[in-house]
Design a protein around this ligand. Structure first.
Ligand code: GDP
Ligand code: MN
Length: 382
């Protein structure tokens, strides 16, 4: 679950991390009323599930009501990287002496938490990692040990922040770590974490992703459901009872079994393509399920080819083959299809498919061969 900035700040504030006073609005007059209550200058900020809002014109300082009105009306409805702004956040403007970066994530290969802290905040951390990687102080934290104050202080010192910021930064980093762990977050990032001219340290932005599987421990997370970005493809697929996850590539993927579906996504990547989705049609690859799956994939305009990867188990090869042919009679498919059929009665299934093969329905013996073909077709069609 990805939180909007204002939700992230509310999450931070509940762990005692200092954030600016503010409120969310969905129209211009509401924004002005908030600004009047807080007092000028304020910052008007687009609330969308993407970064780089500042550069896109989605973060503006307003010195008075007229400016607030202008910025609010310009930002509401703004398209930031394909996200239309429907909510704005109005907060008390801060004076900034320095901008830092801090985040906690999970380093799966190290089996530890990873903390990253940099004196070069305010810009995208990927850019810092590329041009000046030694400016990022990293720390691995054993989940069983946690982060103590001394270790945290050493980490802050290693990052070469302004010494005036040390105490405030240590305090916030410890609280952020608690929020990350106890809040079951996958990501907790503050960019920028600011040092004010008065010496206080403060979170000026919030990027938080919560583990949705932990919501049984956090019933209050239900309030974030409403603002989750919706993938129309996922809604359509879930309505048909399909296990579907939208991705942003061009090869539509259909497989039976979650493991095979994941391997199919991997093999498409391995041969240089990019999957448009993960889709597990489960055990019974019958015509109804296959037709539903093809329909969902066909409605995705990004799909340039379709890779059907079935390993017959209890469902025999000839049932799968008949299911595919029957489904193709029911749904008109725009993209070429490549089928790989293996497992129980694969040969019988292939014999059924063979007479139906054309340029738009192909068959390959192996998973790797089929992936290669599907990727090649996606590239020529795209
Ligand atoms: P992002 O561009 O989506 O990461 O949005 P941020 O919330 O990080 O804001 C972008 C930039 O706007 C920050 O790095 C600051 O330089 C600036 N900014 C945001 N809030 C304030 C504020 O209260 N005062 C000042 N002076 N600048 C701000
Ligand atoms: Mn930011």
């Amino acid at each position: 679950m990805d939180l909007l900035e204002f939700q992230g700040k509310e999450f931070f504030a509940s762990y005692g991390i200092p954030v600016s006073d503010g409120a969310a609005a969905t129209d211009v007059e509401e924004a002005v009323a908030i600004a009047e209550r807080i007092g000028y200058p304020v910052v008007v900020k687009a609330q969308v599930h993407t970064g780089g809002r500042g550069k896109a014109g989605g973060v503006k300082l307003a010195a008075d009501g007229d400016e607030c009105r202008t910025h609010a009306s310009n930002i509401l409805g703004l398209d930031i990287k394909g996200h239309i702004v429907e909510i704005i956040w109005v907060e008390k403007a801060s004076d900034i002496a320095e901008e830092y970066y801090v985040s906690f994530t999970l380093d799966r290969s190290a089996k530890k938490y990873l903390g990253m802290l940099s004196a070069e905040g305010g810009v995208e951390i990927e850019a810092v990692a590329e041009t000046n990687p030694e400016a990022i102080a990293k720390i691995h934290i054993d989940p069983a040990e946690g982060l103590d104050r001394d270790t945290c202080r050493q980490w802050v010192e290693a990052a070469n922040l302004n010494p005036d910021a040390t105490d405030g930064a240590v305090d916030i980093l410890l609280k952020l770590f608690t929020a990350y762990v106890e809040g079951d977050a996958d990501l907790a990032e503050i960019n920028p974490l600011i040092l004010k001219p008065t010496g206080e340290v403060h979170a000026l932005d919030a990027k938080v992703s919560l583990d949705a599987n932990s919501s049984y421990r956090h019933p209050e997370y239900a309030k974030y459901d409403e603002t989750q970005p919706r993938d129309e493809r996922e809604l359509a697929a879930h309505a048909k009872g399909l296990q579907y996850v939208g991705l942003d590539g061009s090869v539509g993927v259909i497989a039976n079994g979650a493991g095979l579906a994941m391997s199919t996504v991997d093999v498409v990547n391995q041969v240089g393509g990019s999957p448009a989705n993960f889709l597990d049609i489960g055990g019974g690859a019958n015509a109804d399920v296959m037709a539903g799956a093809l329909e969902v994939i066909n409605n995705d305009p990004a799909v340039k080819s379709i890779f059907i990867n079935i390993f017959g188990g209890i469902t025999r090869g000839e049932e799968v083959a008949n299911g595919i042919i029957e489904a193709l009679n029911r749904v008109d498919i725009d993209a070429p299809i490549v089928v790989r059929l293996d497992g129980t009665n694969a040969e019988e299934g292939r014999a059924i498919l063979r007479p139906a093969l054309t340029d738009s329905l192909r068959m390959e013996e192996t998973m790797l061969g089929a992936a290669t073909k599907a990727v090649e077709l996606a590239k020529t069609e795209g």
